[in-house]
Design a protein around this ligand. Structure first.
Ligand code: NAP
Ligand code: ZN
Length: 349
């Protein structure tokens, strides 16, 4: 297979600052799309992986799974996309395509060969994958999404991971009129959770460490905003929520949050901290409560989410940065100082 070389930002080794480099991209095959990347979001998962918190990882690592761009070239058999189309790529670029999950649009839970991550993974061709902190990427047409014209490309990029990651559990657990949803953590994922839950018609409460971002949270569509540092939040809201979406990237006392669920309520774990959580049996059995997990979303649901966002005027609240500001942005994300997603202008790479 022949390759071209493109510019990118990579971490050369675990925990190392990202620096400019080049990576190979395959020449588009029959079903491939060459995307001219315009914007690439910075997800907290990028930081977990650069810091090798989810296992060793493959280095050099080019993170980035919130990709928005324009189709520059298509292979001869591509039918789903055309040159000039506005497109996006999320957390995976392939999967086995034959297992039950792949056949029903749950590619993120592929039980065959497993999904192929957009980066820090190995493609079905045996080559390492490199992500969106780059000028171009080549992806099979079936794993490329259409970005509706109503959503600007920079605000659309974070929808490809943060957006779908909150949309999918809201749909799965039936958030809508008459349901009370809490979003824990007002970061990249959380702020889109607030917008999406509101658009679905649920009553939305933000549970944040402090009231620092209260005004923003209410402006984004939350009905209520409470600080988890205030013990009265847990006494006054006990037994309130049908659904709690925990987007926090660090360990939390899950028992305290379970006490906020109504009977039969569900706490969905979305944040992926390094260490396992501790769970007391009585925090669950006392109210037939559930703890669940949810990971991004499949291709059909991601397209549905993008169309839903276009219909409801939803995009991410972003701070566009230059590529040479990536390391500084990582430090700010770690300090919960993100409002609410950093997006790299990839023309600066
Ligand atoms: P983020 O922008 O850093 O947001 C996380 C938020 O959690 C922070 O803004 C902060 O909100 C809160 N937080 C951070 N540290 C905390 C602490 N020590 N105690 C309590 N609250 C704390 O990160 P993100 O990009 O939204 O990602 C969040 C997590 O989801 C990460 O672990 C990421 O890997 C994971 N993730 C999972 C999936 C999935 O498919 N399940 C997909 C993408 C990302 P406040 O300041 O409001 O408290
Ligand atoms: Zn992500």
């Amino acid at each position: 297979m022949t390759h071209t070389t493109v510019s990118a930002y990579a971490a050369p080794s675990p925990k190392a600052p990202l620096e400019k480099t080049t990576v190979p991209r395959r020449v588009p095959g029959a079903h491939d799309v060459l995307i001219d990347i315009r914007y690439s979001g910075i997800c907290h998962s990028d930081i977990h992986q650069v810091n090798a918190e989810w296992g060793v990882g493959t280095f050099p690592m080019v993170p980035g799974h919130e990709i928005a761009g324009v189709v520059a070239e298509v292979g001869p058999e591509v039918t789903r996309h055309a040159v000039g189309d506005r497109v996006g790529v999320g957390c995976f670029v392939d999967s086995c395509r034959t297992c039950e999950n792949c056949r029903t649009g749950l590619e993120q839970y592929c039980t065959g060969s497993g999904m192929v991550g957009t980066y820090n993974s190995v493609g079905r061709d045996g080559e390492p994958t490199y992500g969106g902190y780059s000028t171009h990427v080549v992806v099979d047409e079936n794993y490329v999404l259409r970005i509706p014209g109503a959503v600007p490309l920079d605000a659309a990029a974070p929808l490809l991971c943060a957006g779908i990651t909150l949309y999918s559990p809201l749909v799965h657990w039936g958030a809508g009129p008459g349901t009370k949803v809490a979003v824990v953590g007002l970061g990249g994922l959380g702020h889109l959770g607030v917008k999406l839950a509101r658009a679905k018609g649920a009553e939305v409460t933000v549970l944040s460490q402090s009231l620092r971002k209260q005004e923003d949270g209410l402006r984004l569509g939350a009905d209520h905003y409470r600080a988890t540092s205030d013990p009265s939040t847990f006494t006054e809201l006990a037994g309130t929520f049908d659904l709690i979406l925990n987007t926090v990237s660090a360990d939390l006392d899950l028992g305290a949050y379970l006490s906020l669920l109504r009977t039969d309520g569900t706490l969905v774990q979305i944040g992926a901290p390094e260490k396992p959580a501790v769970l007391a049996a009585f925090s669950l059995i006392g109210g037939r409560k559930s703890v669940a997990g949810s990971m991004i979303g499949g291709i059909p649901e991601t397209q549905e989410m993008l169309d839903f966002c276009a219909e409801h005027g939803i995009g991410a609240e972003i701070e566009v940065i230059r590529a040479d500001e990536i390391n500084e942005a990582y430090a700010r994300v770690l300090a919960s100082d993100v409002r609410y997603r950093f997006v790299i202008d990839t023309s600066t790479i």
